[in-house]
Design a protein around this ligand. Structure first.
Ligand SMILES: CC(C)(COP(=O)(O)OP(=O)(O)OC[C@H]1O[C@@H](n2cnc3c(N)ncnc32)[C@H](O)[C@@H]1OP(=O)(O)O)[C@@H](O)C(=O)NCCC(=O)NCCS
Length: 215
């Protein structure tokens, strides 16, 4: 049994832990980064600290077992990321609060390469201004939690007038692709990526899916 409910500030640590535990295609972040705190500070801080009203958690046996974190205005996230989150992360690195080892440096360089090679699908933000991220803890996957989280988040986007929402994933996230497609998302664009070579068997395709909510 599980219950989907709004995020509370007390959930922050549990959500960040789950973010780190599912960052690598649903598995822990450690194959590509040295320090999970760095990943959470860069990736999760926006949703928990700047737009918590669009964060929903699934609780199972009294613990956070899934989350969906939404953003109603992706341009705002980019602004806050550049002005506040990234400087805070860089300060943390310079002050030695985060461990930056070989894995992190390699991943950082690959990310840069990814941007230069334009391997990230482009999304027309005027049609799909919102976005979301969803993850469920490995032991409780396949019980309907992901679908319920997504439906809850999409209903909130719709009720609050967000006209369209996108998600970024890969062709290796099969359950996620299936869920997005069956919930009405359509594939906007797919591009091959070299970000995960040596870490994941076979080729990986980045995918952007979008859904319009202005009906
Ligand atoms: C994707 C994820 C959030 C879905 O959550 P969940 O609670 O497992 O999802 P649900 O139980 O609600 O539904 C899973 C659906 O995927 C289907 N599915 C499961 N494995 C699948 C696979 N390998 N290929 C295709 N479909 C699959 C299930 O049949 C089910 O579909 P149905 O409702 O039509 O029967 C969760 O599995 C997860 O965290 N996965 C790992 C990380 C990830 O991919 N996150 C998304 C990042 S974009």
């Amino acid at each position: 049994m599980y219950q989907v409910r709004p995020y509370r500030p007390q959930d922050r640590e549990a959500v960040w832990t789950l973010v780190a535990n599912t960052a690598f295609f649903g598995a822990p972040v450690e194959p590509f980064l040295d320090d999970r705190a760095l990943f959470c500070a860069a990736f999760a801080a926006y949703y928990t600290d700047y737009e918590p009203a669009r964060l929903w958690v699934a609780e199972a046996s009294g613990a956070v077992a899934g989350y969906v974190m939404g953003c109603g205005d992706s341009r705002r996230r980019t602004r806050i990321f550049s002005a506040r989150i990234l400087p805070a992360v860089l300060r943390g690195v310079l002050q030695g609060r985060y461990h930056v080892g070989r894995k992190t440096l390699r991943f950082g360089l690959r990310l840069l390469q990814e941007l230069l090679e334009r391997a990230v699908p482009t999304v027309p933000l005027e049609c799909f201004p919102g976005h979301l991220h969803v993850n469920v803890a490995a032991p409780v996957r396949g019980r309907g939690i992901g679908r319920t989280l997504l439906e809850t988040c999409l209903a909130q986007f719709w009720a609050t007038g967000v006209s369209g929402v996108y998600v970024m994933t890969t062709d290796h996230n099969r359950a996620a692709c299936h869920l997005y497609e069956t919930l009405g998302f359509r594939l906007l664009e797919a591009r091959q990526t070299r970000l995960w070579r040596g870490l994941v068997a076979g080729k990986v395709q980045n995918r952007a899916y979008g859904i319009r909510l202005d009906w």
